[in-house]
Design a protein around this ligand. Structure first.
Ligand SMILES: Cc1ncc(C[n+]2csc(CCOP(=O)(O)OP(=O)(O)O)c2C)c(N)n1
Length: 355
């Protein structure tokens, strides 16, 4: 009996694109040359934005910023597998995902510049505001997926959570609910090897994060998170299953946080430079470039053009951001409740009197 259960819940690992840029053609998902170029261009755009936002934080032009550097394949590969009407539940590090999801870059800067309005979703997509509390987005995603199931609207919820987040009760509650109610949700764990300074090996005694799905009775799968084709393939299958009523999937993207935890951190206090350099070699954008070069989808001219266009796009968005009005201090009081409770009302009145 025990053996049967283990067979049923075997944890697969998928890699399509090797570290040397060579691809296993048998496993390659259906993607046109144009789609592959779009994936590449979006990854370059997200990286360019990330570098710019980091330097803007250092110059005091935005507040604390959280880099997605190194996790572009996990985030953008996943976003390419959902449709606009689906729901995205991002966390603070899901910046590459948001850019791929049409969230204007000036809005992202507006948020990290201290204005909550930056989290407003463009009308044509369903982007939930990012979650700063670790793990709570899992509950939101599963709740929205349940609503979609009850309303029969066929929308899928996709959420990102860190491997540290999988130790939270919110995550476990969400997973249980997803399994019990068989909701159309795809939960992605970006295992970037660190939860701030906590390394993966002391985050869990389990061999993988993917296997956490076993306890909740649904599929868990581990994928090379620096391989955009593998991520796309696995998420697409999970999304198709969710949409056709086959329930949730939990996906562990095995990746690495190339940057510090945030702009307030210095990761070299708890990890070796050598380790970062080793992971740099497995980096998702260069890996895709190698593949594209071998397939004649990329040459030096195209690479330079892509980089130049990304820089221009980012600079334009920075200009828009820097012309936006300062956040309205009153919104701090007004944004939380439809109607202010009496204590908040008192504080608000005091604020309005004294500033
Ligand atoms: C509920 C809650 N507790 C603590 C924190 C402080 N905190 C911010 S990020 C973080 C680590 C999260 O790591 P992980 O889930 O692996 O995601 P990563 O930052 O690596 O993407 C913690 C503990 C928080 N934001 N929310």
């Amino acid at each position: 009996m025990a053996r049967k259960i283990i067979e049923k819940f075997e944890i697969e690992y998928l890699q399509v694109l090797g570290e040397d840029g060579r691809c296993d053609e048998k496993l390659m998902p259906k993607l046109s040359d144009e789609q592959i170029k779009k994936l590449y261009e979006t990854m370059v755009l997200a990286r360019t934005f990330d570098d710019k936002a980091f330097s803007m934080q250092r110059q005091g032009r935005i507040g604390t910023y959280i880099q997605a550097k190194g996790q572009e394949a996990s985030q953008i590969g996943a976003i390419f597998a959902i449709e606009d009407k689906d729901w995205l539940f991002p966390m603070y590090r899901s910046i590459a995902a948001l850019i791929a999801r049409k969230q204007p870059m000036h809005k992202v800067l507006q948020y990290f510049g201290g204005d909550i309005k930056g989290l407003e979703s463009p009308k044509e997509v369903n982007n939930f505001p990012i979650s700063i509390p670790v793990g709570t987005q899992t509950l939101h995603a599963v709740g929205a997926a349940w609503a979609a199931k009850l309303k029969k609207d066929k929308n899928v919820s996709l959420a990102f959570v860190g491997e540290g987040g999988t130790s939270k009760a919110d995550f476990l509650t969400g997973m249980n609910f997803a399994g019990v109610f068989q909701v159309p949700a795809v939960l992605i764990c970006e295992n970037n090897q660190y939860a701030i300074s906590v390394p993966r090996k002391i985050q869990t005694y389990a061999e993988t994060f993917a296997q956490k799905a076993i306890a909740f009775g649904f599929k868990g799968i581990q994928v090379d998170g620096n391989d955009v084709f593998a991520v796309y393939k696995v998420v697409k299958e999970a999304v198709d299953n969710a949409r056709s009523g086959k329930g949730p999937t939990f996906i562990e993207c095995y990746t690495y946080r190339l940057a510090d935890h945030s702009t307030s951190d210095d990761a070299l206090k708890y990890r070796e430079k050598k380790e970062v350099e080793e992971w740099q070699k497995k980096e998702p954008i260069e890996r895709l470039e190698k593949y594209m070069r071998s397939k004649k989808l990329l040459d030096d001219a195209y690479k330079e053009k892509t980089a130049k266009e990304a820089k221009e796009k980012v600079e334009k968005e920075v200009e828009i951001y820097e012309k936006l009005p300062m956040p309205n201090k009153e919104d701090t009081f007004k944004n939380m409740f439809e109607e202010m409770p009496f204590q908040l009302k008192e504080q608000y009145e005091e604020f309005m009197k004294n500033g």
